[in-house]
Write a protein that binds this ligand. Structure first.
Ligand code: FAD
Ligand code: SF4
Length: 510
């Protein structure tokens, strides 16, 4: 072999031009290494999903006539890092060129750049051919402008890629239908059951447990239901466009104790591992809408398209613009430790109990559960963003730093001081009750603020805004919040702050 090509675990893109033709002088390598399994406590389903999907991809490469090495975690020759394994292979096969696809993680990008510098053979990095945008495109788009408003970027993406456009105007006459997308699930409304696959990932599971890798969460390795190959990913995509898209927007923000994914697509793992491209996901959604305009109103489709061509590309752009500084930001100087019940779900707060238990059970929670339940609480309770990131980076099947940290530290914790959000996403029991049935059977009373059984979100909400008044009160989007607070009787305010501090001093007991 002349050339060694490294394929990372989230680069399972069979449509990449690398694979357009077979070449016997090229050797591909994929590997399961401890540097990737150990940097955070991954959910066991996440670790298994990546290993199983990688193995499937490696098999497909052979079927397509490519040459490859697949180093399993327990292979005696596995040196447990990309660089050490590549060194061995380069020597063994007398390779004279090393190639890789640009990683999406800053950490790996630095690692591979440094590796190439020290190699004495030719090296080359390739685009992953996955995203709509280049790494630096968002930076260029906003250069000279004030702020990084997602909405502006999203509209530009729609225009540039002619997605849902009617000439120069957005289809439906509006860019944004968010106002129509905030319904709670009506009583007796049963969403379609999520599409689950029947995979056996026992072998990957055994390798992980035998190596004593610290993981979290539950799994049934004999009935693993996430898509781990392209066929399944495409099936899930078609299931989504046929059965979930018609109500996706309407119930996008809804939460319910009996449901774990409602009308969400659950495509994030397949997309983040690059088994599916964002272009084909958007193409399938639009095609489905075109065939069934009566059944799929424009707000459903726009709500979905916005997440992918808007938020997903936007987060990637912000990541490359702001890293590595971004991962140190702590605007509010929050210092508390994450309560232990984030790892067990054992709390009396029903919304958190449900969202956390579901995350441990399925390695999944939908956006509003992540943002307005677990994220909202961590922000109101003043948890250190490092602790919050560590949790989010491990627990979700789709968690890869470029999209995890921008959502967590940026959108949900406002630790970036407003790079991503124009105000912190906070809510009290009012919001949670409006979007879910969580409060119905809760130990705490959603209508109370100061009593012993008062919902913790209520006092923590006011405490947070009071505490950070200097940093937030000039934000015009928060003027109503501060006006309401200032109108409250001093004794009432004091009782609220006393209740909040009592909860903050006993976070573990909530
Ligand atoms: P759907 O609701 O069906 O949405 C469709 C697709 O849109 C998703 O698959 C995803 O690719 C994209 N999308 C939606 N919202 C976002 C967003 N805010 N940013 C980027 N892409 C988006 N997403 C991840 O992929 N990995 C993460 O580690 C991650 N961590 C998050 C942490 C927090 C605190 C929050 C608030 C959000 C996080 N998100 C993350 C974004 C979002 O919650 C998930 O992408 C989504 O819940 C995945 O489920 P789904 O595929 O069913 O999404
Ligand atoms: Fe959550 Fe408060 Fe509602 Fe309980 S009452 S479910 S803690 S918002």
């Amino acid at each position: 072999y002349k050339t060694l090509r490294l394929i990372l675990g989230d680069q399972l893109n069979l449509q990449h031009s690398w694979y357009a033709s077979q070449d016997a002088s090229i050797l591909y390598v994929m590997m399961e290494v401890r540097t990737e399994t150990d940097y955070v406590w991954h959910h066991i389903q996440k670790a298994c999903a990546f290993f199983a999907a990688m193995e499937n991809f490696a098999t497909t490469l052979i079927e397509h006539g490519h040459h490859r090495i697949y180093l399993k975690l327990d292979d005696p020759s596995n040196k447990q890092s990309f660089e050490a394994n590549c060194d061995t292979i380069i020597k063994q096969y007398d390779i004279d060129k090393f190639e890789y696809q640009l990683p999406d993680e800053y950490r790996l990008d630095e690692c591979l750049k440094a590796y190439c510098k020290r190699l004495d053979i030719q090296t080359e990095a390739f685009d992953t051919e996955h995203f709509y945008t280049q790494r630096d495109e968002l930076g260029t788009f906003f250069s000279g402008k004030k702020g990084l408003l997602m909405e502006n970027f999203y509209r530009e993406m729609r225009k540039k890629h002619h997605v849902l456009m009617d000439g120069k105007e957005p289809v439906g006459g509006k860019w944004n239908f968010d106002q129509e997308n905030r319904s709670k699930l009506p009583k007796n409304h049963k969403p379609n059951a999520p599409m689950l696959f029947n995979n056996n990932v026992q072998a990957a599971f055994n390798r992980i447990t035998k190596a004593e890798i610290k993981t979290i969460g539950n799994i049934n390795p004999e009935q693993f239901y996430w898509p781990i190959n392209r066929k399944q990913a495409i099936k899930l995509l078609h299931h989504f466009t046929a059965y979930c898209l018609p109500l996706f927007g309407t119930f996008q923000d809804a939460m319910h104790t009996d449901e774990w994914s409602i009308y969400h697509s659950r495509l994030s793992f397949a997309m983040n591992a690059k088994i599916l491209s964002p272009q084909e996901v958007i193409g399938a959604a639009i095609a489905s809408w075109e065939q069934n305009k009566k059944g799929i109103s424009i707000n459903q489709l726009e709500g979905f398209i916005r997440q992918i061509i808007g938020w997903r590309e936007y987060m990637r752009g912000v990541y490359w613009l702001k890293m590595p500084d971004f991962e140190k930001l702590n605007y509010f100087d929050h210092q508390r430790k994450l309560p232990n019940w984030y790892w067990t779900g054992k709390t009396k707060m029903n919304c958190l109990k449900h969202s956390i238990s579901q995350s441990l059970e399925h390695a999944y929670a939908h956006h509003i559960q992540r943002l307005m339940i677990t994220g909202n609480f961590a922000l109101l309770a003043g948890i250190h963003p490092d602790e919050v990131d560590f949790w989010y980076l491990g627990i979700y099947i789709d968690a890869i730093q470029w999209v995890e940290i921008t959502n967590t530290r940026g959108m949900s914790q406002y630790a970036d001081g407003g790079i991503i959000g124009s105000k912190p996403y906070t809510g009290s029991a009012n919001y949670i009750h409006k979007q879910s049935n969580y409060c119905e059977n809760c130990h705490y009373d959603r209508s109370k603020k100061t009593e012993d059984n008062a919902c913790p979100f209520n006092s923590l909400y006011w405490n947070f805004h009071d505490l950070h008044r200097e940093k937030l009160s000039l934000n015009f989007r928060l003027s109503t919040v501060y006006r309401l607070w200032d109108k409250m009787a001093p004794a009432n305010k004091e009782a609220i702050l006393t209740r909040a501090n009592c909860y903050l001093n006993h976070l573990e007991d909530l």
